[in-house]
Design a protein around this ligand. Structure first.
Ligand SMILES: [Fe+2]
Length: 512
């Protein structure tokens, strides 16, 4: 970045296209359509009141490409758009909003050079991915940061990290006034998937990743201690013998869980699928379980064959004696193509809240649907104090037949999951779309806390709002109007006021 100071870099205007992005892919339209401005606004509460015991910052990550596709029909994948984080800061009884393009390596390359490979594949993130893919495949590069950091956020060891599929975790900071600021350096020189787990008892972070090149069936696994230092790094081999996308991972008190479901990875998929990933039911599905702590080196999971399906996200996992219990949102199939001719990603599949019980002594597995009948169901969340330990409650976003996608926030009591409760997002009679509802614990009861989410116009027209629900009864506590529309995206995180202060004082690295 030459001699330009950090403060000047932040104030540099974004280089962007002269006219808004136009593309037929569903991920460029309706509630998914990207925004091209970064704004900062003080906000007004429309309904209810801000809870006095809720101070900090809610963040939500998601794809938000800034540049034109080469044509209106070129391939694109929703997972590969440049990352934008939307921050809702709550402090001293007031709220503010800031959205921030993550200054990833790919994003900064794009700012400097324009979308350099846009004749091959739209978006520098996607092109950067493909280039890295090709270089890694022929052994010319390993483990370089190249992705959009657009999927999730995690707070650990006084660091706030933005994460995406098979990429280095990227650090960003929340400033006291609610502005976000990307950090110049990536936080760890390892590729993680987007869903590491923080053990609520030990404070250690557990990450996992797969071979994005599709060359090997290896996965990598690591442990970061409470000071942010690498404690353990291992490799293992997937039970199916092929590289697959591994979006999430699980932990229990003693074990780590790796998911081997049949979304195969390989550049050979691109010519037909328009995507690096392809669902192939013939590969089957299996779950691997291995000790989560120990020496670096190799891990050899015990593999359990399960009915073929796709799993993005675990709700939770825990041990009951020698049985490992895992609750997930199960898809019966998935379309991972990049053609985007219809809403193929979200439709044409069945989603269930699903339970697996793995007997670590006998090797037997029992699986069953806990709740079904949803048109969409995703983004399962729990009280983070129960990660890896038995939990009774799971909340998730979804909708029933005929409703806009993710119209409701569901609450499942795992002791009686078929009789779930739900909150429908409606304003002035219009049915709206929610996102993942992040649970913030505030009491000793597992479900005593707040659910936080952005609420979005499913037609992609009206400005969005921020919603706070009571986690126990799903009653609305507060609705805050936002100045702009927020695209439907991926995962959120609540950063408490203490964590906001800790991450500010943690380092004074150069800012982008
Ligand atoms: Fe995810």
């Amino acid at each position: 970045m030459g001699a330009v100071s950090s403060a000047e870099q932040v104030s540099l205007p974004l280089k962007k296209p002269d006219s808004p992005i136009k593309h037929q892919h569903w991920a460029f339209n309706g509630p998914y359509a990207p925004v091209d401005e970064e704004v900062f606004h003080a906000l007004t509460v429309r309904e209810g009141q801000l809870p006095k015991d809720l101070e900090g910052c809610y963040l939500r990550n998601g794809p938000n490409p800034l540049w034109h596709p080469p044509s209106e029909t070129s391939n694109y994948h929703w997972f590969l758009g440049a990352g934008m984080v939307h921050a809702l800061r709550i402090k001293d009884g007031a709220a503010s909003y800031n959205n921030h393009f993550l200054r990833t390596k790919a994003f900064m390359d794009e700012q400097k050079n324009g979308p350099v490979f846009d004749k091959i594949a739209f978006s520098t993130s996607m092109s950067s991915f493909l280039l890295r893919f090709a270089l890694e495949k022929v052994g010319l590069a390993r483990g370089s940061a190249s992705g959009p950091s657009n999927t999730n956020l995690v707070y650990h060891a006084s660091r706030l990290l933005a994460l995406s599929e098979a990429d280095c975790p990227m650090e960003l900071k929340i400033l006291v006034d609610g502005h976000l600021q990307s950090q110049a350096e990536y936080a760890y020189n390892n590729l993680w998937n987007a869903h590491p787990k923080v053990d609520p008892v030990t404070g250690k972070l557990y990450w996992l990743d797969y071979d994005l090149t599709g060359v090997t069936a290896k996965f990598t696994y690591g442990v970061i201690d409470t000071k942010g230092q690498e404690e353990r790094k291992c490799t293992g081999v997937l039970g199916g013998g092929k590289a697959v996308m591994i979006h999430d991972c699980g932990i229990t008190e003693k074990y780590a869980i790796v998911i081997d479901c049949p979304v195969l990875v390989g550049i050979e998929n691109y010519s037909v699928e328009g995507s690096l990933w392809k669902f192939d039911a013939s590969h089957g599905a299996r779950i691997g379980i291995f000790p989560k702590d120990g020496e670096s080196g190799k891990v050899s999971p015990t593999w359990f064959q399960i009915d073929t399906c796709w799993i993005f996200h675990l709700a939770n996992a825990w041990e009951e004696g020698n049985t490992v219990v895992m609750v997930v949102v199960r898809w019966d199939r998935i379309d991972m193509s990049g053609h985007g001719k219809k809403d193929d990603f979200l439709s044409g599949n069945k989603r269930t809240l699903h339970e697996y019980r793995f007997d670590m002594d006998s090797g037997a597995v029992v699986e069953k649907s806990l709740a079904s009948g949803f048109e969409t169901l995703e983004f399962p969340v729990i009280n983070q104090k129960h990660v890896g330990r038995k939990s009774q409650f799971t909340w998730a976003a979804g909708n029933l037949e005929g409703e806009p996608p993710f119209h409701r926030i569901f609450k499942f009591d795992l002791s009686n999951p078929e009789s779930y409760a739900s909150y429908a997002c409606v304003s002035d009679g219009k049915k709206l779309t929610a996102g993942e509802a992040y649970f913030v614990s505030k009491g000793s009861a597992e479900d005593d806390g707040y659910l936080l989410t952005f609420v979005i116009d499913p037609e992609g027209k009206a400005p969005s709002s921020f919603l706070i629900l009571n986690g126990q009864n799903l009653q609305s506590i507060c609705v805050i109007d936002l100045p702009a529309r927020i695209p439907l995206g991926f995962h959120g995180l609540w950063v408490s006021e203490k964590q906001v202060k800790d991450q500010i004082s943690n380092s004074v690295a150069a800012k982008l």
